[in-house]
Design a protein around this ligand. Structure first.
Ligand code: C5P
Length: 407
């Protein structure tokens, strides 16, 4: 892979990890990128602009004005020039300023002018990283569409052990390359994604539901949109929000509503990813008034099956459409998943592991195996749901649209 001709803005803030920015610069330049460095005043305490400009071959920008001749450094021009911005290392202060739009230095001002994708590689002490304020600011950046390169665990500058070490330069550069290689692989593709649980009403105040949070479906929607897809996210009740403008959200409550929305939209779609945890049954009858408690009587609620959305879409699927479903099995995992793929006419099925701690419902992490209808299997390690979303899209949709039918 190469970064030939790519314009990359490298933002550096004041952390001991700033020495690694020199290596990032070197690697980016070696791969053919043009690198414009923007450094905060604190960043210059850790690494000198002389080192950085020698490596990048361009003057390093730090102040709004050049002190010698008063030339104005235009953050707007840098913003328009950039194909990508990466802030590495990003301190808690810089992350906070970016989240709050506090443009009191050249780095944050440039960030606010950037039209291109932005990556942030945090570096700080473990307690600062864990702090509710830092985590909130990182979450804000995520919602704003910034790609967060999670710090790793290990020995920190304070000699304490924990999470806060900036990701290694080689890995950061590999992620940037990967991004350019796959970034627009779903350009203008129309993708339907179902997410979250469904609620099946019993009476005006009660429902049957499940513990699905919607995290996997929402992460998939964002990841597809980042790759240029036009996503329609049909979601059951969820506290999550989507920020990417490439995602159109349709809120539904019950399986029947989700079925109707999905069936209406599917004919115009190139692909569907069915990540919703749809209730298999709903109360046959809905009470108009709140059911009253009776101490001496059992209450029986008869349930009737809901439509199987995946199977219904699978029945209507044409040759150019791709469908990806999920399976969460407690026994005979692979065989059950294969049967499901067949029954629902899916092209791929993502098997969630229930055996692994941290995987599945409500967790931020997941461990998956992807099975394809032509008999292939690919197993992944425990990863964040954002990373899992990348793996799913890479293995299924991106490959397919690139007319690559194997993985
Ligand atoms: O519940 P089950 O294990 O059959 O789910 C497998 C796949 O089918 C999942 O992708 C799920 O979103 C989808 N499904 C659906 N409608 C249902 C039940 C499941 O779309 N009623």
């Amino acid at each position: 892979m190469s970064l030939q001709g790519k314009h990359i803005v490298l933002g550096i803030s004041g952390s001991i990890a700033a020495y690694k920015s020199a290596i990032i610069t070197r690697l980016l330049v070696k791969k053919g990128a043009e690198v414009q460095i923007v450094i905060t005043p604190a960043g210059k305490e850790f690494i000198t602009p002389v080192t950085l400009s020698a490596l990048s071959g361009k003057p390093v920008v730090s102040e709004f004005f050049a002190s010698g001749d008063g030339t104005w450094h235009s953050h707007v021009d840098i913003g328009l020039w950039a194909d990508l911005m990466i802030i590495a290392p990003a301190t808690a202060a810089t992350i906070g300023k970016m989240a709050g739009g506090i443009a009191d230095n050249m780095l944050v001002t440039t960030y606010l002018s950037i039209k291109a994708p932005v990556f942030v590689a945090p570096a700080m002490d473990l307690d600062m990283y864990k702090h509710v304020s830092t985590q909130r600011n990182i979450e804000i950046l995520r919602r704003d569409g910034v790609h967060i390169i999670e710090p790793t665990e290990g020995e920190l500058a304070s000699h304490l052990e924990g999470k806060g070490r900036m990701e290694e330069p080689e890995n950061i550069v590999a992620m940037i390359e990967q991004f350019f290689a796959t970034g627009k692989s779903l350009d203008k593709k129309k993708i339907l994604i179902t997410a979250a649980p469904t609620y099946e009403r019993i009476d005006p105040v009660r429902f049957i539901g499940n513990f699905s949070s919607g995290k996997m479906g929402f992460a998939l929607a964002e990841a597809c949109a980042v790759r240029g897809a036009e996503v329609t996210l049909v979601t059951g009740p969820s506290a999550l929000s989507v920020s990417h403008t490439g995602v159109t959200r349709i809120d539904v409550e019950s399986a029947n509503q989700m079925y109707e929305a999905a069936m209406r939209i599917f004919p115009q779609m190139d692909a569907a990813i069915l990540a919703a945890a749809v209730a298999d049954y709903r109360p046959e009858h809905q009470w108009d008034e709140k059911i009253k408690r009776k101490d001496d009587e059992n209450l029986t609620i008869r349930l009737t099956p809901n439509p199987d959305i995946a199977a219904a879409l699978g029945n209507n699927k044409n040759d150019r459409q791709i469908m990806v479903g999920f399976a969460l099995e407690t026994n005979n995992e692979v065989q059950n998943a294969l049967n499901k793929m067949d029954k629902k006419n899916l092209d791929f099925i993502v098997l969630n592991s229930l055996q692994d701690e941290g995987a599945g419902f409500g967790h931020d992490t997941n461990k998956i195996t992807i099975l394809s209808k032509n008999g292939q299997t690919k197993t992944f390690g425990l990863k964040t749901k954002t990373e899992v979303a990348e793996d799913i899209i890479e293995t299924t949709l991106s490959g397919f649209f690139a007319k690559k039918t194997t993985f």
